[in-house]
Write a protein that binds this ligand. Structure first.
Ligand code: FES
Length: 81
């Protein structure tokens, strides 16, 4: 079993440790925000447990909470940030 997972964030390829959350993978890849608020301010994972909804991203075409999803090979993650 590989200790890394290959995934795509906004079309760019990254390799991240297996077993981490999507929110952690975004930080690992250098993303400090997952989306923008209505006033264009950056928003990012805050609670890490599915309460604040600040980590919303599109994963393989569906909106999900990045803190509750584990990375998988070839996952396609899209951020609005
Ligand atoms: S970080 Fe709060 S819901 Fe994901």
């Amino acid at each position: 079993m590989s200790s890394e997972v290959r995934l795509f964030i906004d079309g760019a390829e990254f390799r991240v440790p297996a077993g981490i959350s999507v929110a952690a993978a975004l930080r690992h890849a250098g993303y400090e925000a997952t989306r923008r608020a209505f006033d264009a301010s950056p928003r990012a994972a805050f609670c890490g447990m599915g309460v604040c909804f600040e980590c919303r991203v599109r994963i393989d075409g569906s909106e999900r909470l990045g803190c509750l999803e584990r990375v998988t090979d070839d996952m396609d993650i899209r951020c609005d940030a």
